[in-house]
Structure formats: C-alpha cells, structure tokens
Design a protein around this ligand. Structure first.
Ligand code: BGP
Length: 477
C-alpha cells in the first residue's frame, strides 16, 4: 500500500530516546547499591566482548545534569530509562535504600523541569544478585512478591511525576539468552527451565500491572517486547510453515500471553509433547488476564527470515558480538524453523538486517492482533563510529537508518496504528551488553573504549539531525 502523501505526526507525539541503568550509570557499588547479576557475570572470563563491564559505563550516575541538559538542548520530548532494582533494594527486598530512590528522583525532576516526559522501565535485566543466590531468581515463584514489592515502592514514590511505565524489558530476548543460549546470567542452557522461568516472569509482569492500576490510576504501563517479525524464506509451503512456527514460538508466545492471557495453541501442543511446557497452576491464566497491558512497548531492530529445519537440524547459536560482518551462523530449533539470510536486505556490521518496512509490518501486526496503542521503546543502529581529528562524528548511516524507520512509523500510523511515541536507542553511547563499547548507538558520542577514557560527551551529526526533526514535528523527515 503506497500512501500518496504523508500525514503529519500528532502534535503530542513523544519524540524520545532511551537507555538502561546498567548500560549507562556506572557507580556500580556506590550509595548503598547492591550487586546485580550483571555486575558479577561480566567479570567472569570470556562472557563479554573483551571483558567489558558496566562498573563505570558512561558515568551517567555522576553526570545526570550534564546529560539531561544535552537532552533539553536537543529538544527531546521523552526519555526512557530504567531503574536498577538493586539500587532500590540492595538485597532484592527488605530495607529500602533511600539514596537509590533519591538518584532517580533527581533524574525525573530534571527531566520534568525541561518538559521531557519520563518513561520509566521497572526491569531492564539487572536482577539483584541476592535473589539469584537465594532462590534462583526467575526460576522461583517467590520473585513475584519481591518484584511487586519493589515496583510498588516506585509507584508510590513517582506516581504523580511519571505517566509512562515499562514493566519488563525484553523478557523474550533476556530469558532466551539466559536459559537457552547461556549468554546472559545465569548462563543456563535448558529449554524446560527456560519455559518455566519465562512463565514465572509472565506472572510477575501481570502482578505488577495489576498493582499499577491501584497505585498509578492515571498512568499507562506495558512490557517492552523485542519484536523481530518473522518472514518466510520463500512461498514454499515448508518455508511458510517454518515461518508460522517461528512467529508462534519466538513472538506470539510472549505477545499472546501478555495481551490475551494464553499461550498460542500449536506451540503449547508441541511443548506438551516434548515435555518442555511450563507448569500452569490454577489461577495463573486468570492472573495473566487481570494484568494485561495498556500499550505494547516495541523494541524493533530487524526482521528474521526462516526456512524449514528438519529433525536433527540446526540448533540455537549465539550471535555475532564482534562486529565482524558475516559471522552470525544460522540458528533454530530442529523440526521447527531455522534462520537464513534475507537476500533483499542489507545488514549492519553485527549482521542485523536493516528493514524499515519490517517495522511497519511489525506495528501493523501488533495493532491489528491486539488492538492496543503502541510505543516504539527502542530502535536504532549499532555501528563503529569515528571521532575525527576535528572532534566530529559523521554518522550519516545512522541518520539514514533512523529516518527510514521514522517514515515507516508515519506510514504505520496512516495504516491505522495508534503510535504514542518513538524512543531511539540510545541517547548517549552506552555499554552494549555483550558487544562492549565499540558498538555505538547514541546521538551523543562518549569518549571511551573497553579500557576507559575521558568520558567526554560529543554531539554527533545525528544529534543535530534529530533535533531538527523534533523541532519540525517530523516535517523535515
Ligand atoms: C535490546 C536491549 C538494549 C540494547 C539493544 C541493542 O535488546 O533492550 O538494552 O542493548 O537491544 O542491543 P545490543 O546492545 O546487543 O546491540
């Protein structure tokens, strides 16, 4: 469908940018913060790119004012950030750490003073290590109460200041890495444990959404989902079936659980056969239905293309974390599907397909299936950037990426999608969990590498470009 002309973006569109606590804050053991699972995991040999970790990250904790001033200068309308659970409850629960709350209050107040809407993520992967040690974190239902207690603390403190909330960030991506690929803590490779932990995370998500209604009646909450829409490699029925399998197992498994309070039928039937299905106790599905989201947060980076995978075929493989183009192997589940490169799409140096039309497809699929408003909570391009001798970063490739994806948002809105806003990933450069500091996403360059650096902030070309787009309300796109 080609629209003859683009409609304007709505006047209240949230032009935003995003980050996550572990990737920007640093100050990993300051002001009473307890250790998170990432604080320990990144220090185990061989887990991250060149052993990079977030001990200092980009030192946002000590540079909040400077960073918010840059956001204000850019004209940003929304800033998505996450709260570090172990900053608030160093042991996961028990005694609250007032200094942790005070830090986020300072950030929120600074944003509000500049007319920037805070978008608060409750959980972006940095689980308190204490809860991992005590009962295995997401593998134990005790986490549901502890997570709710932590979230209610934030609701009570910030209800009057924060309207937009994100419950779990990329439960799908995080737990797949944590329990299938073994590439996020606790680095397990066990599909049964994966589906069990994932089920408990659904319950925790629903519980905190239910509590939200009581404490933040005028706010909006939803999970952020890492949505990589599936494509079939061809119109061969076997590829179409692989695509159906992939969409059900890698996307609808989460989306249907969040929004409908049930698991997709064919996937559930398959897992019951293999003995990997999660244990669903009486009351579980009722809870899911009582805790459905107000909107869906969409983290969109790429589409994935699938083809048939016989029994005994390709298994799950870890991704390219070096930026050496072409090193991502095919990955899949024998008997169900496996990925294959899409010959129609260019890729980044980390082999992520660049597909703005895929974003339009993503938004349309979600909107028509669930009938909910959507917010792009992440979208961006991770690349090697170069700081030139005269102190500039000419990231025209990033501008091209963001521009084409924003146009896809515009088209999706014309297709009838209710899109609240767009948070580019990321505002400043950040630590990429497994890819170190060399994979940069920001509008603001931060002078540091795996070893460290001056931490000086430098506005990239894309900073000025996005600033103009915002000022024009999207007209200069
Ligand atoms: C998402 C995460 C972000 C961010 C982004 C880019 O999965 O929610 O935290 O890291 O992807 O991914 P990466 O850093 O692996 O390039």
């Amino acid at each position: 469908m080609h629209h003859p002309k683009f409609n304007d973006f709505p006047a209240d569109f949230l032009w935003g940018a995003a980050s996550a606590a572990y990737q920007v804050e640093g100050a990993w053991n300051e002001d009473g913060k307890g250790p998170s699972v990432w604080d320990l995991f990144t220090k185990l040999p061989g887990k991250t790119f060149e052993g990079s970790n977030g001990d200092v990250a980009v030192d946002h904790y000590h540079r909040v004012e400077e960073d918010v001033a840059l956001m204000a200068e850019m004209g940003l309308k929304a800033y998505r950030f996450s709260v570090s659970w172990p900053r608030i409850y160093p042991n996961g629960r028990g005694e609250v750490n007032e200094a942790g709350l005070a830090f986020y209050e300072r950030l929120i107040d600074a944003l509000l003073a500049h007319g920037i809407e805070p978008v608060l993520t409750l959980y972006h992967w940095d689980l308190p290590q204490a809860l991992q040690d005590e009962y295995g974190g997401w593998e134990d239902r005790r986490i549901i109460d502890d997570f709710e207690h932590y979230c209610v603390t934030l609701y009570q403190r910030f209800a009057s200041k924060v309207k937009y909330w994100v419950s779990l960030n990329e439960q799908n991506y995080n737990l797949t890495n944590a329990y299938q690929l073994g590439t996020h803590p606790p680095a397990v490779q066990d599909r049964k444990r994966f589906f069990a932990a994932n089920h408990i995370a659904f319950l925790a998500n629903a519980r905190v959404i239910k509590a939200f209604r009581q404490h933040v009646p005028n706010g909006l909450i939803g999970p952020s989902f890492a949505y990589s829409p599936a494509y079939p490699a061809s119109c061969a029925p076997s590829d179409m079936l692989a695509f159906e399998n992939a969409e059900e197992f890698t996307n609808l498994w989460w989306l249907d659980a969040y929004c409908f309070g049930r698991y997709p039928q064919a996937a559930l039937a398959y897992l019951r056969e293999t003995g990997e299905a999660p244990e669903i106790l009486p009351g579980d599905l009722e809870l899911l239905r009582e805790g459905t989201p107000d909107y869906i947060g969409v983290n969109y980076y790429y589409t994935l293309t699938f083809t048939d995978n016989p029994l005994g075929g390709q298994t799950m493989q870890r991704i390219n974390t070096t930026g050496q183009k072409g090193t991502t192997p095919s990955s899949g589940v024998p008997g169900l599907y496996k990925t294959t490169p899409n010959p129609h799409l260019e890729t980044s140096n980390w082999d992520w397909a660049i597909d703005p039309t895929g974003m339009r497809i993503a938004l349309r699929r979600l909107s028509s299936r669930y009938g909910l408003p959507l917010m792009i909570t992440e979208n961006g391009l991770g690349e090697f950037d170069k700081l030139t001798a005269d102190g500039r970063v000419q990231d025209d490739y990033r501008i091209a990426y963001l521009q084409s994806h924003l146009k896809a948002c515009q088209e999706a809105m014309q297709d009838g999608v209710a899109l609240i806003g767009y948070c580019a990933w990321s505002f400043t450069d950040i630590l990429s969990w497994l890819n170190g500091y060399q994979k940069r996403y920001g509008f603001v360059y931060v002078e540091r590498d795996e070893q460290g650096g001056s931490l000086r902030r430098i506005k990239k070309e894309s900073f000025h470009w996005y600033s103009q787009v915002i000022a024009s309300g999207g007209k200069t796109l």
